[in-house]
Ligand binder design. Sequence first.
Ligand code: FEO
Length: 394
Amino acid sequence: MVSRELVNGVYSVGAFDFDRRIFDELIPLPEGTSYNAYLIRGSEKTSLVETVDPSKEYDLISNLVKAGVECIDYIIINHAEQDHSGSLPMILEFYPDARVVTNAKCRDLLISLLHIPQDRFLVISDGETLSLGDRTLRFFLTPWTHWPETQVTFLVEDRILFSCDLFGFHAATSDLFITDEAWAYRSAKRYYAEIMMPFRGSIKGYVEKVRALSPVMIAPSHGPVNKNPQFILDAYADWVSDAVKNEVVIPYISMHGSTAKMVDHLTGALIARGITVKPFNLTRTDVGELALALVDAATLVIATPTVLFGPHPSVVSATYLANALRPKTRFATVIGSYGWGGKSVETITKMLDHVKVDLLPPVMVTGEPGESAMQDLDRLADEILKKHKEINIV
Ligand code: FEO
C-alpha cells in the first residue's frame, strides 16, 4: 500500500481490506472496507490519527516507514474499537516516545481491551486543543457515535474533520476522495442504518456542531475522504430527522407458502394504493439492505409462519435487529399463518419495545389464506394508507 496526501503535510496512511465480507460477525461488507489512519506533520510535532485493524498492522507500519516517519509524538485515538485501535500496541513499540491522546473513557477502554500502560496516555477533554506547532488539533467528545467513548478531531488551520466511524462507510476503494456521490450516498446510508441509527437522537446535535465548524474536508476512518462535507451533513440531517416516507418494509419467512401468499397480496394491495413496498425474504436477505430500508419507512409489517407456538426463529432475529436499530418507524403490525394456535403476535410486538410505534391490527390466519384473509389484508392496506395520510406523507 501507499501513503497519499490530502493536503500539504497531511497524509492518508491506513489500510484497505478488499476481501473482508463481514464486520462484527454481523454486518455484511459487500465492498470490503478500509481502516483509515492519517499522519499530520506540524512544524514541531507529528501526529498519527487512529491506527488500523490488527490484521493490517504491517500495512500501517510499512506506509509510515516508506513515508520516512522516524518519530511520532502523538497518536490520536477517537474510538477504542479494535478496527481503529488494534494496532496501537505495535505502533507504541515502534514509536516508543509517542503518547496516546484521547478522552478518559476511551483511555479506560484501551487499557481494558489492549492493556496499554497508563503512563502512555495524554488525556484530553471536550473542546481542548493540542498544538503541533503551526497546526492545532481540537477535540470534541461525541459519545455514542458507535460506542460511548467516541470523539472527533478537528485540524483547525486546514479545517479537516477526522470523524472516525461517523460520516464514513464500508468500502475498499483505491480512490482517496469520493468521486461518485450517488454511490457514496447509498453506501453511507446503509452504514448509517447499521451503525449510527440507534443513536439518532445524539447525532442530530453532532451534525449541527460539525456544520458550525465549516469543515472543508471530512476524513472518516472507513471509506474515501469527503471533499464536499455539505453533502454528507445534509444526508445525515435528513436521516436523523423525524421525517418518514410513504414506505412499508415487510421482513418475512414462509415455510409452506401461506405467509408468502399473504405478503404477495399485501404488497400488491399497498402498491395499488400508491405506497412503496420493500419485502425481504429473510432466507435470502442481506441484513444491511433490511437496515437500509428501515431508515425512512413509515410502517413495518412483520410476516411469520408459526413454529411450534411462536414466530419463526429467523423472524425473531430480524425483529430483534430492527428493535435494536431503533428506526423512526411510526406504525407496525404482524401478519402470518398458524396451524393450531400460537403467540406470534404477542411475542413479536413485545420485542418492539425500543421502537415507538402505533400497533395496527394484525392479520393471522389458520392454514392456507383464503378469500376472507385477503379481504383482511386489503383492510390492513387501507388502514396503512389512512395512517400515512394522517401524518401527511401521502
Ligand atoms: Fe469502525 Fe466502531 O469501529
